[in-house]
Design a protein around this ligand. Structure first.
Ligand SMILES: *Cc1c(COP(=O)(O)O)cnc(C)c1O
Length: 427
């Protein structure tokens, strides 16, 4: 599929049926797989042959869908996980262990920030958070001898900052470590980070990829471009023998293109078991089949909503990287010339009270913690996800008490604007 355009990959990637085989990908709803001899199975356990033996580690349906996402991103190997959280945890923990350090953008998704700052710190992995707008000098100063990776989001949820991928890739590579990017909000339809020097991509497939609010899931894709052997001493997990698999060395046995995902499957999936159910993988694939059609509509609607809000006298600010004049407009034009995402955030001249009144009167846009759904959904963080924080703490998190996050679906833009208009009339 690799020569086809992204739209064709969305529809047909990952699975090509043979003569008389099902047109749609089969759901292999089986925990286990049968073998004729113990020797056959033994080869799988030694990673000497490839095949399936237990769905805690791998399942054929999942692998077909992972292969499609791999193709869409332009990678060499990929795996599905049970959630975006699991994808980001595995991507980091596959190369950073107790005593190691990671440099991350400070505006990443709150769930990922908590995973890194609280939970992974308890595991002995340290993180330095840098502003995505930092200078090259500030970025380089964040590295230590034990730094193992750099992490950021193409478009941050919900801050909507755009990562200067080339700047972060250059710093990561000059320190001999890979750049890992969470590409959830842009999706490979709008941005393919591997084309700009990123080494590993993660996704919360729960968002646009599924697109219908049907299933939680995640994905990790390897570009196959990072040379682990050239930095042998930094990545012993990939470049020295694994005793739990009879002493195989992943980077030698599976090469630059396969080592990262094979290790994450063989060790992390085996031990943590955050596998996506094959049913959910099937639903995810249905979402992927129309991703290339939905993304432009999400972006079109978001731009129309952002432009409407920008011109409204009751609105104090509008943040949308696709809106001319936005702080990240130029970076968005460079990395995502065809569109960014469907999420817009804005504030009210009337402050917190105005935001609360506005939310109360919306009819079409639903109040949800979710984003990136076909149906428009919205959230007032100060009274929902961030309600335990006072105004000072909110400011530190980059959220003002009047901020509303508005995730434009794929309905008619005129209906979305009419809903906003009638709710604003009450403010
Ligand atoms: C939602 C989200 C996650 C977490 O994904 P889940 O599927 O909810 O576990 C990670 N990163 C980003 C950018 C997200 O939007």
């Amino acid at each position: 599929m690799s020569d086809y355009k992204i739209s064709t990959k969305c529809v047909q990637g990952g699975y090509t049926p043979g003569n008389g085989e099902p047109r749609q990908i089969p759901i292999i709803q089986s925990t286990t797989f049968k073998y004729a001899t113990s020797e056959d199975m033994g080869k799988l356990f030694d990673l000497e042959a490839s095949g399936y033996f237990y769905t805690r580690l791998q399942n054929p349906t999942n692998d077909m869908v992972a292969a499609k996402i791999c193709d869409m991103e332009g990678g060499t190997a990929a795996m599905l996980t049970s959630s975006g959280q699991a994808a980001n945890f595995y991507a980091i923990f596959n190369i950073a262990n107790c005593g190691d350090h990671v440099v991350a953008s400070s505006t990443i998704y709150g769930g990922t920030y908590n995973l890194f700052h609280v939970t992974m710190r308890k595991m002995g992995i340290d993180f330095t958070f840098v502003s995505p707008d930092c200078t090259e000098e500030e970025l380089n100063a964040a590295f230590r001898l034990n730094t193992k990776a750099v992490f950021g989001e193409t478009i941050a949820n919900p801050a909507l900052t755009v990562l200067d991928i080339e700047k972060f890739a250059k710093a990561a590579h000059s320190h001999g470590v890979p750049l890992i990017i969470d590409n959830t909000f842009a999706t490979p339809v709008n941005c393919r980070p591997f084309e700009w020097g990123c080494d590993i991509v993660t996704h919360s497939t729960t968002k646009y990829m599924d697109g219908h609010g049907a299933g939680v899931g995640g994905c990790i894709v390897d570009s196959g471009k990072f040379d682990w052997m050239a930095h042998k001493e930094k990545f012993p997990g990939l470049t020295t023998p694994d005793d739990s698999y009879h002493g195989i060395t992943y980077a030698e046995k599976f090469g630059q293109g396969g080592a990262f995902i094979t290790k994450a499957t063989a060790q992390l999936m085996r031990d943590f078991g955050s596998i996506q159910s094959p049913q959910n993988a099937f639903l995810l694939n249905l979402g992927l089949e129309s991703l290339h059609v939905r993304m432009p509509r999400h972006c079109e609607n978001a731009l129309a909503v952002a432009q409407y809000l920008k011109a409204n006298p009751k609105i104090s600010f509008v943040t949308y990287p696709g809106l001319e004049g936005d702080k990240y407009y130029d970076l968005a034009q460079k990395y995502m010339p065809n569109g960014t995402c469907g999420v817009v955030s804005f504030g009210f001249k009337g402050g917190r009270g105005a935001a609360e009144t506005f939310m109360k009167h919306l009819r079409l846009a639903a109040i949800e913690t979710h984003v990136a759904d076909a149906r428009t959904c919205t959230l007032h963080p100060a009274s929902a996800t961030h309600r335990q924080m006072n105004d000072e703490e909110l400011a530190a998190a980059g959220i003002t008490p009047d901020l509303v996050r508005f995730s434009c679906g794929i309905e008619d833009a005129a209906d979305l604007i009419a809903d906003i208009e009638q709710a604003l009339a009450q403010v």
